[in-house]
Design a protein around this ligand. Structure first.
Ligand code: SAH
Length: 378
């Protein structure tokens, strides 16, 4: 066996720093505050692709800054999909890893009138440790957290490529955002800030598999972001089978955290509920779900299960999906049956995964294999 190559050090990207941080780093280099302001402006407002591109800084300063900082650490490896449909971006990170980011052009089913929005589904980790039994993202296990700048740069890369401004972000790509809490929070601050990327907090949704303590912590975070919970089971018995996280934080603990969230915020929580045939689609679950949702005045997004290669689950028939939804509607719960986009390019929720990039021939470091155990009675 040959020795593993040294890990490349992460370059310090300005996209992950706040103005006070940039200002103090510039001060360490002996540069005055107004220079720092120029650098901040180039980094965020002007989206400079490199330090070299900061053309009103002297050559000497650009040289010094180039030795310390970068403004890009990733490249777009592939783009799948067409301009007017869901497009999946495979982004190559500085260490040869990959993450996926999905651009969803318009989704009237989700946003009603405001269907001209550009929604970006961003990743928060390389892989995922939570091992939900229906999801592709965790199949290869967890590799690492994304840094703050890697989260911010996903938006910057897609905006530059597509020529469109993103006005809605969902942390529903690869990874569990609340287990990369500090990087996600800092990225949200940068994405929201006037000096930063300028996306309204109400247009950012953090989705979690249910990390109760972090949900409480997030409830105290001042920005009015939205919260989505990947519920997928309305009793501990069903949820335990498909979401190991439920054994750590069961439904009572989760709902205690959600009650705290609700006490702090006016916005409605959204429950994501995948419908998987004979696993969680019994009408008893629908009734329990209705009760739970009503208690919190939450909305429910029902998502017919998207096929994941290698996993045995299937979606229920359309009449059964409707029946499940009608239980919620009849109980007075706001429920939608979400028409997925991007199914054909494996970019829909839960289809994001790290591939051994053999088809692309571009992966350098293989992702560790992980045995998949399915124990949900398939
Ligand atoms: N870890 C976070 C963020 C990922 S969100 C979370 O769990 O919320 C990804 C969304 O896609 C979640 O709602 C997840 O439950 C859903 N999902 C996963 N696999 C899916 C599949 N095969 N079909 C449909 N939705 C799926």
């Amino acid at each position: 066996m040959t020795a593993a190559p040294l890990k490349p050090a992460a370059p310090l990207s300005l996209l992950g720093l706040t103005p006070p941080e940039i200002t103090s780093l510039m001060a360490e280099l002996g540069e005055p505050a107004f220079r720092a302001k120029q650098v901040i402006d180039w980094t965020f407002a002007k989206r400079a692709v490199s330090i070299e591109a900061m053309s009103n800084l002297s050559k000497g300063l650009r040289q010094t800054l180039t030795e310390k900082f970068v403004t890009r650490t990733m490249t777009i490896a592939t783009v799948t999909g067409s301009k007017d449909t869901t497009r999946k971006f495979l982004l190559k990170l500085h260490d040869g890893r990959f993450v996926e980011t999905v651009l969803i052009p318009a989704n009237p089913a989700l946003y009603g009138e405001a269907s001209d929005r550009h929604t970006l589904c961003v990743s928060s980790q390389v892989g995922c440790a939570y091992d939900c039994k229906f999801c592709a993202s965790g199949l290869a296990g967890f590799t690492r957290n994304l840094t703050t700048s890697e989260i911010v740069e996903q938006i910057v890369q897609v905006e530059a490529y597509s020529g469109e401004r993103m006005d809605n972000l969902v942390f529903m790509g690869m990874g569990e955002p609340l287990s990369n809490y500090s990087n996600v929070i800092k990225a949200i601050e940068i994405l929201n800030a006037e000096w930063g990327i300028g996306i309204g907090a109400r247009h950012m949704t953090v989705s979690t598999s249910g990390l109760a303590p972090q949900i409480k912590r997030l409830a105290d975070f001042p920005l009015q972001i939205r919260l989505a919970i990947s519920l997928h089971g309305a009793s501990d018995e069903v949820r335990n089978k498909i979401m190991p996280v439920n054994e750590k934080y069961n439904l009572d603990e989760l709902f205690e955290a959600l009650a705290y969230w609700r006490s702090k915020r006016k916005q409605h929580i959204t429950f994501e509920y995948i419908l998987i045939k004979d696993v969680n689609d019994g009408l008893d679950q629908a009734h329990r779900l209705a009760k739970r949702a009503k208690g919190l005045d939450a909305k429910v997004n029902l998502i017919p299960y998207n096929t994941v290669e290698g996993l045995p689950w299937v979606r229920p028939s359309e009449p059964h999906q409707d029946e499940f939804r009608d239980v919620l509607l009849n109980a007075g719960v706001k429920a939608t049956l979400r028409r997925e986009k991007g199914h054909d390019i494996a970019a829909a929720c839960g289809q994001l995964r790290l591939r051994q990039e053999t088809e692309l021939g571009i992966i350098e470091s293989p992702i560790p294999e992980k045995r998949i155990t399915i124990n949900a009675g398939a």
